[in-house]
Design a protein around this ligand. Structure first.
Ligand code: CO
Length: 183
């Protein structure tokens, strides 16, 4: 997810890594239901994937990224609100425990560049997940962080935010995306 509608032109800095290619709508891989990570089998690979996802996300000015967006059907999410106070998160196999309230969330998505839309999300959520070291954690999140986690968890089910926008608005977003968003 990202919360900027337009990206600034910027010179490409020396990256020291190769950004992952982000799949864009309507790529069918974005619709796959992702599988659980099995830390006992592939934790090292998952850690490398998460590290690259964090770097790619930062480079793309995103605040959240899910593995299916880079063509990997595993339940891996990286989040970095980049607000100077919320710690970056890696969520493996996240599960929603509780949701409360409602918020209007203005969302964009790295898989639908240049467009954005309003989605109704829970105001606060509780989740459990494994962190990057496969340790079980729980998290209570509110506001933007909660919206971002819900957006990214949707990706693991093959759901995009535009699926949660009402019909007429969705058509508008897709039309606009087809005009300006596809690079
Ligand atoms: Co997204």
């Amino acid at each position: 997810m990202y919360n900027k509608t337009m990206e600034n032109e910027k010179s490409i800095p020396k990256l020291g890594f190769k950004p992952l290619k982000i799949l864009t709508y309507p790529n069918a891989k974005l619709r796959i239901v992702s599988k659980n990570v099995r830390p006992e089998v592939n934790l090292k690979e998952v850690q490398e994937l998460a590290s690259l996802m964090h770097k790619t996300m930062k480079f793309m000015e995103g605040i959240g990224l899910a593995a299916p967006q880079v063509g990997i059907g595993l339940r891996v999410i990286t989040i970095n609100l980049q607000d100077g106070k919320t710690n970056p998160l890696t969520l493996l196999n996240p599960v929603l425990l509780n949701r409360e309230g409602q918020q209007d969330s203005h969302e964009g998505c790295l898989s639908l560049p240049q467009v954005s839309g309003d989605v109704l999300r829970a105001q606060s959520i509780d989740i459990k997940y494994l962190d990057e070291n496969a340790e079980e954690k729980t998290l209570h999140a509110e506001g933007l962080l909660a919206a971002c986690i819900q957006h990214e968890m949707d990706h693991l089910e093959g759901i995009l935010y535009i699926d949660r926008v009402s019909g007429l608005r969705r058509d508008m977003i897709i039309r606009r995306y087809k005009k300006i968003g596809r690079l």
